[in-house]
Every structure is written in C-alpha cells, then in structure tokens.
Design a binder for this molecule. Structure first.
Ligand SMILES: [Zn+2]
Length: 191
C-alpha cells in the first residue's frame, strides 16, 4: 500500500518464443486491503511468483486464457480465478493455437465467470477490452492505473486504436501496464 492507494507491481514470470524472438512475460500484483490480487499467471513452470508472495494471493484474474496468461492457474488451487464467461466458453469451443485446454482446466482451478464489467473489490473493476481475444478483459484500479494484459503487445500497437479494447484503454487515459512490457505508460493514440 502507498498511503491508502493500492499498488500495482510487475513481476517477470517467464520468457516465451514468438515472432522469431524471446519475449518477456510479466504478471501483475495489486496490493489491496482485502488481499493480494494477481493478474495473469504466466506459465506453470516456473511458478509465476516467489513462494512468499504466492501464498498471499487471495484473488486471481485472467485477462484472457492464452497459455502464457493462465498457465500458472494450477499454482493457486481453490483461489477464485475471475474471467469473462465468453473467454472461458471460447477456450473450450474454439481454442486457437495459443490455447492449451489442459492448462485452462488444470486440477483445482476454480473460475468465477463475468458477463461484462464487474467490481472485483472496492476500487478494482474488471473492464472488457475485446480485440486480442473476444473475451479479453483488463483490470482498472481506481486512482492508480490499469493492467491491460494483451490488449496490445506494445504501446506503439496500443496507439493504433484498431480494436475496441485499445480504444477503451486509450479513452481511459491512465497509467497502463502490459503483459509483455516492463514499465507502465499512459498510452497515446498514434495518428
Ligand atoms: Zn494473448
């Protein structure tokens, strides 16, 4: 906590190969009076956070269910994992090449499904940001910023404003963290 405001932190969880290179995967924690929130879980191995932090996680959010965002869900058996219902349905019905159904439905993983915007905890909202996947969501921490997952892979791409999700994040105009970028920025539209 920083005064009485939640604090968002990025944690390097893994590297994944894509587009001919190795890319970092960050997961994000939000310190909240009601407990530690973890946004995305990286890969199953290594687990997404050091043990002392992992044991404090009270709530998990998956921005979406691609393998590098939900692979570590199994490390939090019984902890509620918040996801958009349409994302969970699509991962089962029409998995794409980034989906590993056995990682989505690993033993002990308990999903809480949402249909659109929802209050996760006081001051923390789930905000649908479709585009990268139809059921992609972001996590808005009031007065602090937004954890945007894969709404875009880079701030340059975010500035293109070519999906509903990117436009929504640009309209919010707050400090934003992305899953594959170390530092947050306030995104700007690139014309
Ligand atoms: Zn993705």
């Amino acid at each position: 906590m920083n005064g009485d405001k939640p604090v968002i932190r990025a944690h390097l969880a893994a590297h994944v190969e894509a587009y001919g290179g190795l890319h970092p995967v960050y997961v994000h924690t939000v310190e909240h009076p009601e407990g530690l929130v973890l946004v995305d879980t990286g890969l199953p191995d290594p687990p997404p956070l050091p043990q002392e932090l992992r044991s404090r996680v009270a709530v998990v959010v998956n921005t979406h269910l691609h393998f590098d965002h939900c692979g570590g869900n199994r490390c939090f058996p019984g902890v509620p994992v918040h996801v958009q219902a349409r994302e969970l349905a699509a991962a089962a019905a029409e998995p794409d090449e980034h989906t590993r159904p056995e990682w989505v439905h690993a033993p002990g993983v308990v999903y809480v499904e949402h249909d659109g915007e929802a209050e996760l905890l006081p001051g923390i909202r789930l905000v649908p940001t479709p585009g990268h996947t139809a059921g992609h969501q972001s996590v808005l921490v009031e007065g602090v910023g937004l954890v945007g997952g894969d709404v875009a892979y880079s701030f340059r791409s975010l500035g293109d404003a070519d999906t509903e999700g990117k436009r929504r994040v640009l309209a919010l105009g707050v400090e934003t963290w992305l899953a594959h970028v170390e530092r947050p920025h306030v995104p700007r539209r690139i014309d």
